[in-house]
Design a binder for this molecule. Structure first.
Ligand code: BV8
Length: 240
């Protein structure tokens, strides 16, 4: 049943990356002081790295999980949460981020396609558990009791991102695609704009042009805490 597109209420898909959390104090991946400047992705964010040196990989994620206790959602996260609460049309916020700042800001129509720092997954019984503390190979799984099987519930390079079917359906239906704070270097997230351009309006909000900037109908450059509230105000003005 084709959905009557309501120009006043476009179906919206928003993609966020590490840049939206930068002003909350969390390092991004590829900026000069980014996470990968100190660690190479293939050394840490792969199943092979975890098999080779689980203590190193656990340490990397334990440090990032602990850092979450000292940061808060910023004006960009809060503006997206207000849009989530007040937008009467279709909306899905897809984040590449593994921090919980969108969750804490109050976004509900939210999908973490690269997993979540504050979750652990047992490779023995497949349980996914909320997790606040450090993880190690000695930590027993609260569900099956075995030690050595718990890993961060994070999507590493070479692993299938979470929710791709739901994301694909939302992209098929979207009239407005907004990319915020991502360098457009990691796939399949970086391919979403190419999937929708031509049939959805595409907007990039980023500190500087991303790798995919040329694919967007419109690009606004500056800090997310300025650009995102402004765009949300424009959208909410359309729905009264
Ligand atoms: C998969 C969890 C298939 C880990 C992450 C060659 C070509 C194409 C693809 C590939 C290829 N070789 C390999 C691949 C696939 C690979 C990939 O894309 N590699 C890249 C490096 C080329 N992708 C995968 O492996 C994915 N899986 O393809 O599976 C498959 C198929 C079948 C069966 C099985 C598998 C999985 C990718 C997920 C990896 N995990 N995260 C962790 O967090 O530790 S990726 C990691 O990068 C984060 O999630 C991060 O979000 C993501 C992308 O980075 P960004 O968010 O964009 O952050 P970045 O620092 O790069 O950019 C920040 C931007 O913000 C900048 O532009 C900056 O200017 C801006 N900014 C900064 N401050 C602000 C700001 N903007 C606004 N305001 C500010 N204040």
């Amino acid at each position: 049943m084709p959905r009557p597109a309501d120009p006043a209420l476009p179906a919206i898909v928003i993609l966020t990356g590490a840049g939206i959390s930068q002003e909350s104090g969390l390092a991004t991946f590829r900026d000069p002081d980014g996470l990968w400047q100190r660690h190479r992705p293939e050394e840490l964010a792969t199943p092979e790295a975890f098999a080779r040196d689980p203590a190193l990989v656990h340490g990397f994620y334990n440090a990032r999980r602990a850092q979450l206790r000292g940061v808060s959602p910023n004006a960009a996260h809060l503006a997206l949460a207000e849009l989530d609460a007040r937008w009467p049309g279709e909306l899905l916020l897809v984040t590449q981020n593994v921090d919980d700042l969108h969750d804490r800001a109050g976004s509900k129509r939210l999908l973490h396609m690269h997993g979540a720092l504050r979750e652990a997954r047992c490779t023995r019984c497949a349980a996914v558990l909320p997790w606040e503390e450090d993880l190690s190979t000695a930590t027993p799984c609260p569900r099956c009791g075995t030690a050595g099987g718990l890993r961060p519930n994070i999507v590493w390079f070479g692993e299938m991102p979470v929710g791709m079917d739901r994301i694909g359906r939302a992209l098929d239906r979207c009239d407005l695609f907004v990319s915020i704070g991502t360098s457009g270097l990691v796939y399949p997230a970086a391919s979403f704009v190419a999937e929708v351009r031509g049939r959805a309006r595409t907007v990039e909000l980023n500190l500087e042009p991303s790798a995919g900037s040329a694919l967007f109908d419109e690009a606004r450059h500056g800090p997310a805490t300025a650009l995102v509230p402004a765009l949300v105000a424009e959208l909410l003005a359309r729905c009264g």
